[in-house]
Ligand binder design. Structure first.
Ligand code: C2E
Ligand code: MG
Ligand code: MG
Length: 705
């Protein structure tokens, strides 16, 4: 061990003891002769610290080894007898010129022999400094992380004293810089209390910050200026022990606004801004609750525009949207502020009229109808829109929203059936569970019986050529008078027959009867095309074409005197099959017409491909002629289409001379309607045509198809 300790003043027994002593120390130590101020001994740690061999240190003057002005100054003072000790952090220079940070202590010790030494102890601080720097770096890193979040962060200790916060925190709370610089916790808490409307909570929490608080708390704070902060507070722990709480503040103002917008959107109709079905449901629930409390009645008005789809289809949906907006405004103007006008979608509106009875509901319905009576104008277009309304009242007509909606809807359909542009109250139909089902069943049963008993009749409505004014055809329309039920309109029983499948048998009977009649007229010299309505189900029957062929052959009627009226739904359903049938019928020589044209899909594609001879304009379009622009536009469009595709066009439901004149002028080919004659029984039909039953055989020149 002594080999590492070089001893200059060899031979001094005291020094050799010192030397052994310092060799045992962990810190670097030199011994300096007090007279010469030269190093007389140094230990191994000193050699390592200074990166030199011990021998190189021995005999060196301390001033030579001093690396800082402080050390130079100290040793200068020692030399002058002005100083003996020093302890401070300083630097020493190693062999390679690099400096090493140390804590250096110098003490003077006097030996027994009167010699004096300075003991220089150097404690290497570089490891400590490295650790400190690493700590600084990680703190700076954490700080930077803290600062780079979008959340405001405030960290408090268990007593609520502020330990840290980031800039975002100060920014969110709009804290003045001087307040933060003062580091006055009370002032910061007071500021937060003042700015937050929910300030009481903030104060409470700040005071009660301890580990007993629930692990995480979330609350919303609305600050002055409308900013909404979400605060999430979680306990902060170190080594498992609670040491404080971390409060994270997030600005959720925009998010809340977006949520509110979504709320608004989910409760209102995007086009009109009116309440939608959901909001209506809420309002009706409210009205029901009120009714339960004090028995206040209320009404639902279910409104559906008449023939709105035609406005949409012919004038475009943008135009249709504007009409809906106008309609919404007009309906709103008819009811009180407390009532709700909702749009369910399409052209369906529902009005909730509070605190009203039948008379009040009727008055509201009349106001709505009157409001729609005034013509609408868009650009240079002027037209009217009518609506059908159904009324249902609580408590009489229903106990729930569903029931009331269903019943007002059904009443609205009643209004449509009764000719549209009006209103109907819900009328109870027997008992709700068996009522409608039984009446349909009853009707179906009665129909089957009527066919067996020969109670059905065919009436014929004349079809008139608009150029010549002559009757060139007749549409066969079925009639049924039941001994118990009375006259039943085809509009009522045909749908039931279509649903039950009975229409197939009924249709066969109609076809047979009409073909026989046509043959009889032809034999009597009356050259009339007889038109027969064919339902979709009937048309789709296997063997339909064969049946028609057999019927014609059986009656001896040349096929060109028979026309089949098909609806658009016949053609859309199973189109390839329909196409095949149509071609087979055309091949046979039978004429084909599309009935109620314009009310269905009106697809140009099938019109072009299918061997159709005629289009029948639905009478709902004829009704508004010639005054209503939209009807006029639709009729003109159908006529153009007919010309382009070389189809004849027949107008249905012509009731006035003005309608007839308009159609004639617009180039329509044929018309039928009450203006000329309704559907008549055979005798009346023949009378109408001026046919003398006794002299039917020699009728002079007759209209040709
Ligand atoms: P559709 O084929 O469109 O028949 C025209 C309807 O308009 C007939 O009603 C006719 O009486 C009525 N009408 C004729 N001229 C006028 C008028 O000037 N003004 C008004 N307001 N109405 C007029 P109807 O006879 O009640 O028949 C209704 C529907 O029942 C028919 O509409 C047709 O779809 C169906 N239908 C009638 N007979 C048969 C049939 O034998 N077989 C099938 N499958 N359906 C039939
Ligand atoms: Mg028809
Ligand atoms: Mg029709």
């Amino acid at each position: 061990m002594t080999s590492h300790v070089a001893v200059r003043a060899a031979g001094s027994p005291a020094l050799s003891v010192w030397s052994r002593l310092i060799e045992a120390m962990l810190d670097a130590v030199w011994l300096v002769d007090a007279r010469t101020l030269r190093v007389v001994a140094a230990n191994r740690a000193a050699a390592t610290l200074m990166a030199r061999d011990v021998r190189e240190l021995l005999g060196r003057g301390v001033l030579e080894l001093a690396a800082t002005p402080e050390d130079l100054c100290f040793w200068g003072e020692v030399a002058d007898g002005l100083a003996e000790t020093i302890e401070s952090d300083t630097l020493v220079r190693g062999a390679d010129g690099a400096t090493v940070a140390v804590t250096r202590r110098v003490e003077r010790v006097a030996g027994d022999d009167g010699t004096a030494l300075y003991v220089v102890v150097l404690h290497d601080r570089s490891a400590q400094l490295r650790a400190e720097r690493a700590l600084d770096d990680s703190v700076a890193d954490l700080r930077a992380t803290l600062e780079s979040t979008l959340d405001g962060i405030l960290v408090t200790d268990l007593a609520g004293r502020i330990r840290h916060f980031n800039q975002r925190f100060a920014q969110l709370w709009k804290m003045p810089a001087e307040l933060l610089e003062r580091r006055d916790d009370d002032a910061v808490h007071a500021w937060m209390r003042r700015s937050a409307a929910g300030g009481e909570r903030v104060a409470h929490d700040a005071a009660a910050l301890d580990a007993a608080l629930p692990p995480s708390e979330r609350e919303l704070l609305r600050l002055d200026g409308g900013i909404v902060l979400e605060r999430v507070t979680t306990p902060q722990r170190m080594h498992g022990q609670p040491i404080g709480r971390v409060h994270v503040f997030r600005d959720i103002t925009a998010q809340l606004e977006a949520n509110q917008r979504i709320q608004v959107l989910s409760y209102t109709d995007a086009l009109t801004g009116l309440p939608n079905r959901r909001l209506l449901a809420d309002r009706v629930e409210g009205a029901l609750a009120m009714a339960r409390r004090d028995g206040t009645p209320f009404a639902l008005l279910f409104l559906n525009l008449d023939r709105f789809s035609h406005i949409n289809e012919t004038l475009g949906s943008a135009f249709g949207d504007r009409v809906l907006l106008d309609v919404a405004e007009r309906i709103k103007a008819c009811v009180r502020q407390v009532d709700t006008v909702a749009r369910l979608g399409g052209d369906e509106f529902v009005v909730l009229v509070h605190q009203t009875d039948e008379q009040g509901a009727e008055a509201a319905a009349r106001r709505v109808l009157a409001a729609l009576d005034r013509p609408f104008t868009h650009g240079d277009m002027s037209f009217t829109v009518t609506a059908s309304l159904g009324l249902a009242l609580h408590p009489n007509d229903g106990a729930t929203l569903d029931e009331l909606l269903r019943r007002s809807d059904a009443a609205m359909r009643d209004a449509k059936r009764a000719g549209r542009a009006g209103f109907r109250f819900h009328r109870p139909r027997a008992t709700p569970t068996t009522g409608p089902a039984r009446s349909r069943l009853q009707l179906d049963h009665a129909m089957r019986l009527a066919l067996a008993q020969g109670r059905f009749r065919l009436h014929y409505q004349p079809q008139v050529d608009l150029h010549s004014g002559r009757v060139v055809g007749a549409e066969a329309l079925i009639r049924w008078r039941d001994p118990e039920l009375g006259d039943i309109a085809p509009g009522e029983f045909i749908p039931v027959a279509e649903e039950s499948g009975f229409i197939v048998a009924l249709g066969d009977w109609v076809l047979g009867r009409a073909v026989n009649q046509a043959a009889a007229w032809l034999a009597a010299g009356l050259r009339l095309t007889v038109s027969v309505n064919v339902s979709a189900l009937q048309f789709q029957q296997p063997g339909f074409v064969e049946g028609v062929t057999a019927t014609l052959r059986g009656a001896g009627l040349p096929p060109q005197w028979l026309e089949l009226e098909l609806t658009e739904s016949c053609l859309i359903h199973d189109a390839p099959d329909a196409m095949q049938r149509l071609h087979a019928l055309a091949q046979l020589g039978v004429k084909l017409a599309i009935d109620d044209f314009g009310t269905g899909y009106s697809s140009l594609a099938y019109l072009k491909r299918f061997p159709i001879g005629r289009l029948k304009i639905d009478r709902s379009f004829v009704a508004g002629l010639p005054g209503e622009d939209s009807d006029a536009a639709i009729v003109q469009a159908i006529l153009h289409l007919g010309r382009a595709l070389q189809l004849q066009v027949v107008a249905e439901g012509v009731e006035t001379e003005a309608q007839r004149a308009f159609l004639q002028q617009a180039g329509c080919d044929l018309y039928q309607g009450y203006l000329y004659a309704p559907a008549l029984n055979v005798a009346a039909f023949e009378r109408c045509l001026g046919v003398d039953a006794t002299a039917r055989g020699d009728l002079g020149p007759l209209p040709r198809p």
